[in-house]
Design a protein around this ligand. Structure first.
Ligand SMILES: Cc1cc2nc3c(=O)[nH]c(=O)nc-3n(C[C@H](O)[C@H](O)[C@H](O)COP(=O)(O)OP(=O)(O)OC[C@H]3O[C@@H](n4cnc5c(N)ncnc54)[C@H](O)[C@@H]3O)c2cc1C
Length: 340
């Protein structure tokens, strides 16, 4: 069956398309079939022109103030209208919180199916298969579906972002009637935990992981938690790395111990934590036990600093293990970064 592939994006606050959105466009472009672009946002022409040379046959948009914010009712209405206007059989969308919340509902309205957390798409001409991890990233499945339309939400960091020239486009505006029910929810702003705002940076090139060793007695027999906090926060500031943590370290705060002030459970990486995606990772004062390292599934290049040459990282879990004192290493690294 010839597929009509709709790439569905939404604009960000300043009207641009995010990196994960361009990654989804790259995935859509790799598939055979008629390709259509659909965009939602306050203003979409600039975004459409920024991907004007992507080879789509049509550019559709739902534009206007009500579509500037993430709101289930308006997002569903906009996405449904674009899917119908495009006659889409396959919809490729980025796994943003906005689309993850609304597109499964759109699949229901269209009599289709949606699959989330997709990490790969392959097509052998006649059939399409997608990859998705299950059981906390321990099993990978390849899925196919006969049902159409099939909406696929693509995870970030799984393929290169589309790159190309800006080009003029003819944007077809799709009208969506704004009924009172659609705008009953008022979006008043965004609130995020302070730690998330400051230290979790999904787009960072580096994941820096702090383990419980930062809070343990050091070679002088004393703990140096204040110094650890200073070294880590300085490193995050100069490198703009994202901060991850082991479970042991974040649990300490719940037990009333002195811990790093900028850490919360949101930073925890691992089996019962997150599975972030970054090109590089550096673990410090963290043992590298399997329940933690399972969260490194998508970190491409792994390094660790640990005093123990027999720690988990030395057992095939890191590409490079520096057997060294992380306090000394990070002080030197910070000094070198500050010299730049
Ligand atoms: C069901 C289950 C789920 C779990 N889920 C998770 C999870 O999601 N995430 C997770 O992280 N853990 C998880 N765990 C816990 C996990 O098994 C480990 O207990 C935890 O990751 C250990 O944390 P850590 O390496 O920071 O601490 P520790 O094991 O205490 O290691 C501290 C390390 O710091 C090193 N060190 C100390 N001082 C220095 C220094 N100056 N320089 C360099 N190195 C130094 C030590 O050599 C040591 O290796 C789970 C466990 C279970 C049973």
């Amino acid at each position: 069956m010839a597929e009509t592939i709709l790439f569905l994006g939404h604009t960000e606050a300043a009207g641009e398309l995010s990196r994960i959105t361009l990654e989804a466009l790259g995935a859509a472009k790799s598939l055979a079939g008629e390709r259509v672009v659909g965009l939602v946002g306050r203003e979409t022409l600039h975004a459409a022109e920024s991907i004007g040379s992507c080879g789509a046959s049509r550019f559709l948009a739902v534009t206007g103030e009500p579509f500037s914010v993430s709101r289930y009712a308006t997002d569903c209405a906009a996405a449904e209208a674009i899917c119908r206007a495009a006659g889409a059989t396959i919809v490729i969308a980025p796994h943003t919180s906005r689309w993850a919340r609304s597109l499964p509902g759109v699949a229901q309205r269209l009599g289709g199916r949606a699959d989330t957390h997709i990490t790969g798409i392959t097509s052998n001409g006649s059939s399409l298969q997608v990859a998705r991890w299950f059981y906390r990233q321990r099993m990978e499945a390849l899925l196919g579906r006969a049902q159409r339309p099939w909406i696929l939400l693509l995870e970030s960091g799984c393929r290169a972002a589309w790159q190309g020239d800006t080009a003029p486009v003819t944007l077809e505006n799709i009208e969506v009637e704004i009924t009172p029910a659609l705008v009953r929810t008022t979006v008043t702003g965004k609130q995020a935990p302070r730690s998330e705002l400051q230290t979790i940076r999904p787009d960072a090139a580096l994941l820096f992981v702090a383990g419980a060793g930062w809070t343990k007695k050091q070679k002088d027999g004393a703990m140096h938690v204040g110094q650890a906090a200073e070294l880590i926060s300085r490193f995050l500031e100069v490198s703009q790395a994202s901060l991850g943590s082991s479970k042991s370290l974040v649990d300490l705060s719940g037990e009333g111990h002195a811990v790093l002030p900028f850490l919360s459970h949101l930073n925890q990486v691992g089996q019962t934590g997150s599975t972030p995606r970054h090109p590089k990772g550096l673990a410090t004062c963290c043992h590298g036990e399997e329940p933690h390292v399972v969260g490194w599934r998508f970190i491409q290049e792994r390094r660790a600093v640990n005093l123990d040459p027999n720690c988990g990282w030395a057992r095939g879990k890191a590409d490079v293990l520096y057997v060294a004192d992380a306090f000394e290493v990070m002080a030197r690294v910070n000094a070198l970064l500050e010299e730049r």
